[in-house]
Write a protein that binds this ligand. Structure first.
Ligand code: OAD
Length: 252
């Protein structure tokens, strides 16, 4: 018996829910996995090797910022210096250019959507390409922090001497003011939210796709929200999203 093509069927179902300007793209670490950035959870995820309690909580950073900065230097910085967007990031940009997208909301802190040319990205968890002083208003980017790290560890502010931190949301901290609200508002205006490469277990971020009229999921592994999705595509983002771009082009 012909079982058809499950990815194709699910993508066509998603396409039926897509209206111009009504598709919210919600992304997680899985969309950047094929660029060589390890995910947090799932097979080979970062939290299997590193304890988030030690390197990713606000309390741990206050107690000993050098633990975070060691993790950043060993794991994050070498990858950030060389990563490039993959076909899934470019497909998101194409969907935006083709007029389908209401908003792109990401949990990712890698800046790859922007590098692929996507505009107006709402970064729920900040960015590891920006750094700020824990005391004054000094801010800097990746190149500068690289230089500062050669002179001080953990890196300190060249103006006031206080320790620097990444512009990311650590566990135990609130999401950036206004960004979560903007994401919820965009979701409420959207006909469908497409969650790509997220385990959908971290809240409040995971509420965002659930605020759209409907949501669909592209993810390699099951998520707790699969049962409520209009369609689930169990495929790599770099395969599924470019195909969705094609299917939506056919509909024009
Ligand atoms: P996770 O690491 O929790 O989940 C990534 C998901 O992507 C997994 O379920 C994988 O199965 C899936 N995946 C892996 N490769 C894929 C591919 N090529 N195509 C499609 N799916 C793939 O990442 P997030 O859901 O983003 O928080 O995690 C949410 C938050 O938890 C992160 O933003 C981070 C983390 O702690 C902060 O930094 C505050």
């Amino acid at each position: 018996m012909d079982k058809g093509n499950p990815m194709e069927d699910a993508l066509r179902k998603i396409a039926e829910h897509c209206v111009e300007g009504g598709v919210l793209i919600f992304t997680g670490a899985g969309i950047s996995a094929e660029s060589g950035i390890p995910t947090f959870r799932g097979r080979g995820g970062l939290w299997e090797k590193y304890d988030p309690e030690k390197v990713a909580t606000a309390d741990a950073f206050r107690r000993d910022p050098s633990l975070y900065w060691r993790f950043f230097l060993d794991v994050r910085l070498p990858i950030l210096k060389k990563v490039k967007p993959n076909p899934a990031h470019y497909a998101v940009t194409q969907l935006q250019k083709d007029g389908w997208v209401s908003a792109v909301v990401t949990q990712n802190i890698d800046g790859l959507h922007q590098a692929a040319g996507t505009e107006g990205v709402l970064e729920l968890h900040g960015s590891t390409r920006r750094f700020l002083c824990t005391r004054c208003d000094f801010r800097c980017g990746l190149e500068e922090i690289d230089k500062i790290l050669l002179e001080s560890f953990p890196p300190v502010c060249e103006r006031c001497g206080a320790v620097l931190r990444p512009d990311v949301v650590l566990f135990g901290e609130a999401l950036p003011a206004g960004v979560l609200e903007a994401a919820f508002e965009a979701a409420q205006r959207s006909r469908i939210a497409l969650s790509v490469g997220s385990s959908l277990v971290v809240y409040p971020a995971a509420f965002v796709p659930q605020h759209a009229q409907s949501f669909a999921i592209i993810n390699l592994e099951p998520t707790p929200l699969d049962g409520a999705a209009v369609a689930v595509v169990r495929q790599k983002a770099s395969v599924a999203l470019p195909r969705l771009v094609e299917i939506l082009k056919e509909r024009r």
